[in-house]
Design a protein around this ligand. Structure first.
Ligand code: SF4
Length: 205
């Protein structure tokens, strides 16, 4: 895995479990409100965290942490993700996947392989507004597939949306909620840091 970094402890990112968070390097979206700008593109190998070093850290936390959140960036872009998750589970950690939902086939394979214990998927916007809110055209079909797949998987999950005013209007938020299948939880996260707006957002306002 290409890993951009990790946080050794979180009490709030993996429901019900104290966990570490590891951030995969690289993302196929360009959300204008992204807080993880250093994780979006490629970086020299010397700047990356090796999986071996991360696993070595986790060995010191066995029995203390219940899980690992695999976040990003977008983890499903990486071919090594299934093996990485399998290794985490073999070490005794539950695995939570944070995903933008752009690669439903990868999510499907992780679920089929019983390699994830919780999934959090961002729904960035109404499908018709992904190009603006995620910087990605043509994402609608995969986003719809991922929502249905996760909701029907039996794997604990929730969907979440960052409410970036004024780009995401109240009407947009209602449209997002209509995408959430009955029985699935959805969280709205307020966008706080105005300084994180990039030029894409400023141009759109
Ligand atoms: S999907 Fe996540 S990591 Fe990727 S650009 Fe959007 S907010 Fe940033």
């Amino acid at each position: 895995m290409r890993l951009g970094g990790f946080e050794p402890f979180t009490a709030s990112d993996f429901p019900g479990r104290p966990a570490a968070i590891v951030f995969s390097q690289g993302c196929n979206f360009r959300c204008p409100f992204c807080h993880n700008g250093t994780l979006l593109g490629q970086r020299p190998a010397a700047e990356l965290l090796s999986s071996r070093d991360f696993f070595a850290f986790l060995e010191t936390r066995q029995g203390l942490l219940g899980g690992v959140v695999v976040s990003g960036g977008e983890p499903t872009l990486q071919e090594a993700l299934p093996g990485f998750c399998r290794h985490l589970k073999e070490m005794g950690f539950a695995v939570k996947l944070d995903t933008n939902g752009s690669r439903p086939q990868v999510i499907h394979d992780l679920i089929e392989g019983q390699l994830v214990d919780f999934i959090a998927m961002d729904i960035k916007a109404p499908l018709a507004r992904y190009e603006l809110l995620a910087g990605k055209a043509g994402a609608a079909e995969n986003i719809s597939s991922a929502i249905a797949l996760i909701a029907g998987s039996g794997v604990p999950h929730h969907f979440r949306t960052t409410h970036v005013r004024p780009l995401l209007t109240d009407e947009d938020l209602r449209a997002v909620l209509e995408l959430v299948p009955p029985g699935s939880a959805h969280r709205v996260q307020p966008f706080i840091s105005a300084s994180a707006f990039d030029s894409t957002l400023r141009q759109a306002l």
